[in-house]
Design a protein around this ligand. Structure first.
Ligand code: CP3
Length: 344
């Protein structure tokens, strides 16, 4: 039965007449039912750690739209928190963390097998979802890639140019490498635990990969993601992996092989036609509709959706946005996009 799920077929390399579809941040603030459950939980982090309510918000977009995949409701910054960092969210601004700047800070972090007690509620959410999702819906687990997670652990917040992480990498490479290694090892055990709890696919988000230049891109985006893929495949050889080196530009070409992932997710800065020619020959691709169409809707949304579906119709493709849906999106436009994908 499982092999017939559309997402798994695409990830196995099959070209489907209609691509399966899901959306980054599909459980989120653009949905009134999400806002209600989040209010019930109190705040975002309490929602992440409340398995019952996290399950509920994960199911909401599936009930409303019937997406082909469901992504676990959690956050990439739960791993730093499990490693021992303080984490909180400032309303309207985003995440804040205690910072790591030296070897003592890295040494104080927990080991890769000591994160599971903290993350147990997340595994519980995965287990609940595995039971409650419709049988045709694929359950995707996820984690942040080491570079992206490190940028938050070093700066203590989101930064437009990741300057503090670049500075530590260039001025104190030994400490930076030690931090990257800690995150990498923890991420492997975290993803394997999600798979053991019921995740059928895992996705690695390298949201800030695009700021790595030259050799740094290979060394700090591709290579750590490859190490994670190997660590996951050693224990779970049959679990497909989606990697998202956001902002990679022309370096999306070759990324399947460099990372060892079945699928490469692409942002909206590359054209679907270029992706069809340069990336899709190596395997499944996911993306790349501009999220702003979910705000504006209309003919432009429909024609862009069709253009992407058509451009990627000769190979394995999972339809998605180029980045997460934003809180100001209109839920009706999501339905419009789904209809444009499924009904042509
Ligand atoms: O895609 C999904 O729906 C799954 C759940 C998920 C969330 N965050 C929930 C979330 C996933 C996969 C993430 C990944 C994530 N988190 C990334 C990588 C992907 C990306 O978007 O680039 C990053 C960089 C983070 C860190 C993070 N979490 C930031 C910077 C913020 C604040 C920005 C914002 O959108 O408010 C968050 C908060 C967050 N994570 C929200 C959600 C639904 C909004 C929280 C709320 O309800 O207030």
């Amino acid at each position: 039965m499982a092999a017939q799920k559309t997402i798994l077929r695409s990830l196995a390399g099959e070209t489907l007449s209609t691509p399966p579809i899901w959306m980054m941040r599909q459980a989120g603030r653009y949905l009134p039912e999400y806002r209600a459950t989040r209010a019930q939980a109190g705040d975002f982090l309490s929602l992440c750690y409340n398995s019952e309510l996290a399950t509920e918000v994960t199911l909401q977009p599936i009930r409303r739209y019937g997406f082909d995949a469901s992504i676990l409701f959690a956050d990439i910054l739960l791993v730093p928190q499990a490693l021992g960092a303080d984490l909180w969210f400032v309303t309207g601004e985003g995440p804040r963390l205690s910072t790591i700047t030296d070897q003592a800070g890295v040494d104080a972090l927990k080991g890769p097998d000591d994160i599971h007690a903290h993350l147990a509620p997340i595994y519980d959410t995965v287990g609940r979802l595995a039971k409650e999702l419709p049988e045709e819906t694929t359950l995707i687990g996820f984690a942040g890639a080491p570079w992206t997670v490190a940028t938050y652990m070093i700066a203590g917040k989101g930064t437009p140019d990741q300057a503090p992480a670049h500075a530590l990498k260039d001025e104190n490479t030994k400490v930076f490498d030690a931090l990257m290694d800690r995150i990498t090892q923890a991420t492997i055990t975290y993803l394997n635990a999600q798979i053991e709890a019921g995740a059928e696919v895992v996705k690695i988000f390298d949201s800030w990969a695009g700021s790595l230049q030259g050799d740094d891109f290979d060394r700090y985006s591709l290579a750590p993601m490859r190490t994670i893929v190997e660590g996951v495949k050693t224990k779970n050889p049959n679990t497909p992996i989606i990697a998202f080196p956001r902002g990679a530009g022309e370096r999306y070409k070759g990324a399947h092989k460099a990372i060892g992932a079945e699928c490469i997710a692409v942002d909206d800065a590359v054209s679907a036609e270029w992706v069809a020619e340069n990336v899709q020959p190596d395997g499944c691709v996911q993306g790349n509709l501009k999220s702003s169409h979910m705000v504006t809707g209309g003919d432009a949304l429909v024609s862009e959706t069709r253009r992407i579906v058509d451009a990627l119709s000769n190979g394995p493709h999972i339809f998605n946005l180029g980045h997460g849906i934003t809180p100001d999106a209109d839920p009706a436009h999501v339905q419009q996009m789904i209809d444009a994908v499924r009904q042509g």
